[in-house]
Design a protein around this ligand. Sequence first.
Ligand code: N01
Length: 545
Amino acid sequence: HPMSVNGNSTQQEPEFDVLVVGAGFGGTYQLYKLREAGFSVKVFEAGSNMGGTWHWNCYPGARVDSDFSIYQLSIDELWKEWEWTERFPGRQELVDYFAYVDKKLDLKRDMSFHTRVTAAHFDTPTDRWVVSTQNGRTVRPRFLVLCTGFASKPLFPGYKGLDAFQGIIHHTAQWPQGGVDLAGKRVGVIGTGASGVQVIQETGPLAAHLTVFQRTPNLALPMFQHKLDGAMQTRMKSELYPILFRRREQTFAGFHFDVVRRSVFDLTPEERYLAFEDLWARGGFHYWLGAYQDIFTDEKANAEVYAFWRKKVLERLRDPEMQRKLAPETAPHPFGVKRPCLEQQYWEVYNQPNVELVDLQRNPILEVTPKGVMTQDGVEHELDVLVLATGFDAVTGSITDIDLRGIDGALIRDKWSKGLSTYLGLTSAGYPNMFFPYGPQGPTAFCNGPTCVEIQGDWIVDCIAYMREHKHTRIDPTQAAEDAWVARLNEIFSTGLWDRAKSWYTGANVPGKRVESLNFTGGLPLYIRLCRESAEGGYTGFAFS
Ligand code: N01
């Protein structure tokens, strides 16, 4: 094994400044910025192309849930010439966008594909990382930037017989790049998160039969998709875009508007109803995020939104049984504390005669059989295709999956199994010269990807440049700074209703995973201020050598 932890390294292994892992939005931005700052950088990517999430998630219906205007990189060379076609672009458009980004910024010459990082050990005597890959490469960068994404380790259900299924079976995040023809097939979908909802609404109209296995109803909101015209984008480019990009950094979740400092109960019931109607009509989730300050902290305020949501959904469902399963009288969890996704024709699918909905709360899956899925009521649901839309070991999974060892050879997965612990949601004590944008204890789930990776990516590049200037070869957060970060993060988290749902926000979706806040829920302005204060103070909370 070429890996060395204790310094008996072989010097033939290439040395350079920074290894970036992952070629999604994070890795792309990091490479561009680090190069611009004069560092030697390589990107290792497990997949066959750029795009990260947008490369892997090629299941039918995959589409972004944030407006095009903010869901892109703010680099001038990029937005000035790129034209989007839809308000919420589809997966193929994002794949095309990444190809365009590569063409404009000439990134692929420093990227290696089919190169999954399997191990990274910090080499204490040399202050370098020794990184090895599945395809047998070993490199020795000074810095390691893990742009491995919050949703790149798929979560598979533990059902007995899963391997024995003789039809076609895929997790949504490992969908074949060439696609799967679902027309006229008997399709089953397990999971009704954002991935499930998108597959279901796309598949319902073309499958011979669709069986949805639902554990928790999704409190999905209407997307109100529309086409974009060129003239409007030209106008936006002349003035608005730079303002919108700067505005992203001033609001709680990186959108254009911020939390309004008022309570749901400041309004009369009539006024509230009209205000909710207005929010609804805008399409998207993000308007609700900022509409009232108490939706995510006060159960009564939250219940008002759920009641409104339910009324809207019931109007679109014909069958009382479907109504009960999809929009129950008692909310499955407070509205929005588990990410609602955006739907286009989701509820109408359940009015189709070829669509069946199995409520797993009442009728759980017993096992997967060679022919399909057997439920507790004794029915074997025969299927040609089984779609696992069961989500991810999110936020930490892509990092803990790596054999990642710090100063004393300790695995980060062991450290974090006792409690997730980072400083600024960017670094972790004992793992020097390592950064992880859009990852654990950052704004991650509460910010859109491009915004988050730019804010954190700029901070990382500045930090590495500072070290070059001061001739430091090692940076490591202090334990005290890290403990204070974790305490602050948990305190902020405890003021919200977020732990009222079992979701990937807290790790509760993964059997056996520690349940805790995986994200910084204090909003971007506070996050940015704390990161900036550390940097401006000469990187307080860090030890250099
Ligand atoms: O994953 P999820 P996702 N048996 O964890 C169910 C982003 N995203 O891939 O709710 C049966 O949300 C599980 O049930 P329950 C977005 O940020 C965005 O859909 O735990 N069911 C749930 O219904 C999103 O939040 C888009 O009871 C099982 C589903 O599987 C994040 O990625 C599109 C099960 C998993 O939902 C993750 O979304 C896609 C089991 N054993 C993703 N295990 C956009 O729109 C799990 N489930 C941009």
